[in-house]
Design a protein around this ligand. Structure first.
Ligand SMILES: Nc1ncnc2c1ncn2[C@@H]1O[C@@H]2COP(=O)(O)O[C@H]2[C@H]1O
Length: 718
């Protein structure tokens, strides 16, 4: 019997139902009412006359249910995907960026990367808060400008209310109309601020900017600010009708809008290019206000006791406010000679003034000192460091030129970066934010780096933080041929030259912004870790340095990028070898032509060759080749009735000397020349040489031999 009394003869539970594992169902399918899925239902239905009893209908109904629950689930997931990213992911989860900016087309470019970052900085709207055109962003210029107006109104009330309350000379029936006009203008500003502006300030809710004006109003009304705003606008001045128009103290609640003053300075501090000036202005306002209150209080006490009644009170001479303000400054700062108090009230007053002076003023003045010290701290540190370094170098008795170079480095670096250690400045930022900032800062350079064009985004993010800016002065050698390579470089600005020759007189290549160099030795492409060329700074050059360890660490997880780098470095090597061989051939050709002309004066072209004076200038005067060119040949030979001067053996030496003295690193190989002369097979025994280079040299030697028609007998001793 079935559990619910269903007949055993009832068609068997259909297969698909059994195959659906309940746990594997989406949440919804599991929350579908039990009775709609359970056999009970079918059992009930079985009993209903006219209802379908066959299993097919049951199966199709269950499939329909299943399909509906899947549909619902899909929609739910879709809705979740449609949610904008929260600002906390702003700083760039790389995975996120991939999703949003690089759909399928491989590695995104540097520009894409930066674009992604900067796009993410824009505040996102919450999905559940439809945007309203009338909401205001708290950091926007419009809002800060408005806040400056509200702050001005607040300061007006702050200063004018105590002034008119105590110095009655400023509150006369003649000027009442003017004061009222000003007072109510300020009240209008307060009112607009409370009713139209503050309720429309966007705010962050669970990481989303809420732009719905209804929600922004509710948010404002929940704050203490709102209550203070309401209290500050209480129209106590209606009591003027009772107390008279000169009872300005009734406007006292207007001073309670002090939070607007703080808010304005906080926002302005964040957006101002010189926050130190903003902070100093705020502290100075506090100080002046305290003195103002003090002056008003002094006048009030004087008035209470009687003007000029004794030596301490205001004597009624001159402008009352200016004299009282002067007295307040003197007592608060304890600078001048204060009149001696003559009764208890005066003693109490003076004590209060001094206490304010000692504590409040000391704190405020200290604050100003701190603000100024912070503003100039990095400059002070830079000066200190420079002085220390130069002092130390002077003690080492270094030549003035070196000191001058160090000084130039300091001042140029400061001028360029306004810090000597950029990484320390950015050190406090979270890692991802630091990466974003670094990419933003270095974007223009990275955009020009061909090497990074094909690298994937993750590698770039990893590398960018490891770049260390370095400055080189004009003529500085950044690396020397043969040194062990420990760093590679990217030109940020300026120019560097890849040079050859003894004094670096041959400029092989000039590298500008975005060029990369120093990678050959780092990746050991030339077979070793030695630099393959000298690189010199031509002018002031700002470079990024990437250490070998950092590069390797980054490349370890990016084998593709490593391949790209290697390929590029190999291409450079090949190019170098081909160029060197080409240059060598060219030089030999020129030399041979020159020697032919000098060595065979009988030929029509045997006048002094044009190149000879130049060669003579280039060669050291006492060198073999110079002597040879100056004093003629070593031997003569008579062939077919012609006298020919032969340089058979000295050609090779001349060649060698000449190449050496002109800064060429490669000269003719004597051994090779000899082997060729003897028609021996030449074998490559030097692992430093590729077969290609050896073949080049053989060709050169062969040509040298043929050119001077020498039956080469190399006498090393000559
Ligand atoms: N012909 C060339 N053109 C441009 N750069 C070069 C050339 N030859 C060498 N370099 C660079 O100069 C660098 C010197 O140090 P590395 O050998 O490590 O890597 C070298 C290359 O990056």
């Amino acid at each position: 019997m079935a559990e619910n009394g269903c007949n055993d003869s009832r068609p068997e539970s259909p297969k698909p139902t059994q195959s659906i594992d309940e746990k594997s169902l989406p949440v919804d399918s599991r929350t579908v009412p039990r009775d709609s899925l359970s056999p009970n239902t079918s059992c009930e239905e079985d009993k209903t006359p006219g209802s379908s009893r066959n299993g097919e209908e049951l199966i199709s109904r269950r499939f329909r249910l299943l399909a509906r629950s899947y549909r619902e689930r899909t929609q739910r997931v879709k809705r979740r995907f449609d949610l904008p990213p929260t600002p906390s992911t702003v700083s760039s989860e790389p995975e996120d960026n991939n999703c949003r900016t690089a759909p399928s087309s491989g590695a995104p470019s540097v520009t894409q990367l930066v674009h992604t970052v900067s796009k993410e900085w824009i505040p996102q709207d919450g999905s559940n808060s439809p945007g309203s055109p009338f909401v205001v962003e708290p950091q926007s210029c419009v809002y800060i400008s408005w806040m400056s107006l509200v702050t001005a109104s607040f300061l007006y009330n702050c200063f004018v209310i105590p002034l008119r309350t105590t110095f009655q000379s400023y509150q006369t029936p003649e000027n009442t109309a003017m004061w009222w006009a000003l007072d109510y203008s300020m009240d209008v500003i307060y009112f607009i601020d409370m009713v139209f502006v503050k309720p429309r300030i966007m705010f962050l809710d669970e990481g989303f900017w809420v732009k719905d004006s209804r929600r922004t109003s509710i948010n404002y009304m929940k704050k203490t600010e709102f209550k203070m705003d309401v209290i500050s606008l209480i129209p106590l001045d209606l009591l003027y009708f009772y107390f008279g128009a000169d009872c300005v103290i009734l406007r006292f609640p207007r001073i309670l809008k002090v939070h607007s003053f703080w808010e304005f300075f906080n926002h302005f501090d964040k957006v101002s290019p010189s926050p130190y000036i903003v902070r100093t202005a705020r502290t100075l306002t506090y100080m002046i206000y305290l003195v103002h209150i003090n002056a008003c209080a002094y006048y009030a006490v004087s008035l209470y006791e009687g003007i000029a009644i004794n030596h301490w009170v205001y004597n009624g001479v001159g402008n009352a406010y200016i004299r009282c303000f002067y007295f307040a400054v003197k007592t608060a700062t304890s600078i001048g000679k204060n009149p001696r108090p003559e009764n208890e009230a005066e003693y109490l007053f003076m004590t209060a003034c001094w206490l304010t002076g000692v504590f409040v003023f000391a704190i405020l003045i200290g604050q100003i000192r701190d603000i100024i010290a912070t503003a100039t701290r990095s400059q002070t540190e830079y000066r200190k460091l420079m002085d220390e370094t130069l002092d130390h170098l002077r003690k080492l008795n270094l030549p003035p030129r070196t000191l001058e170079r160090v000084k130039t480095w300091f001042s140029y670096t400061w001028q360029q970066q306004h810090t000597l250690d950029e990484s320390r400045v950015l050190g406090t930022l979270p890692h991802k934010m630091k990466t974003d900032v670094a990419i933003e800062v270095h974007i223009s350079t990275l955009n020009k780096v061909q090497l990074f064009k094909d690298c994937d985004q993750a590698l770039l993010r990893e590398l960018v933080l490891k770049l260390r800016p370095v400055l080189y002065l004009p003529g500085d050698y950044i690396c020397r041929k043969g040194e062990v390579g420990k760093e590679m470089y990217i030109v940020k600005s300026g120019q560097v030259q890849v040079v050859a020759g003894e004094n670096g007189c041959d400029v092989i290549a000039t590298l500008t912004e975005g060029s990369v160099f120093g990678e050959i030795s780092l990746l050991q492409i030339s077979g070793g870790n030695r630099r393959t060329a000298d690189v010199r700074s031509n002018g002031f050059s700002n470079l990024f340095v990437l250490s070998k360890d950092d590069l390797n660490e980054a490349l370890e997880f990016h084998p593709n990028a490593q391949e790209i780098l290697k390929k590029k470095a190999k291409a450079l090597m090949k190019e170098n070898q081909a160029r060197e061989a080409r240059e060598l051939r060219q030089k030999i050709r020129e030399e041979m032509e020159l020697l032919e002309k000098v060595g065979n004066p009988q030929t029509p072209t045997s006048k002094t060759p044009r190149l000879l004076p130049i060669v003579m200038k280039v060669l050291p005067p006492d060198s073999g080749p110079a002597r040879l060119l100056k004093y003629g040949s070593k031997s003569t030979r008579h062939t077919k009735g012609r006298t020919r001067r032969l340089y058979t053996t000295t050609v090779a030496q001349t060649e060698s000397h000449y190449l050496e003295s002109s800064g060429k690193s490669q000269s003719l190989d004597f051994g090779l020349l000899e082997s060729l002369a003897k028609n021996e097979t030449v074998e490559n025994q030097d692992p430093e040489y590729s077969d290609e280079v050896l073949q080049e040299e053989c060709d050169v030697c062969k040509r040298a031999r043929t050119k001077v028609e020498c039956d080469v007998t190399v006498h090393r001793e000559q």
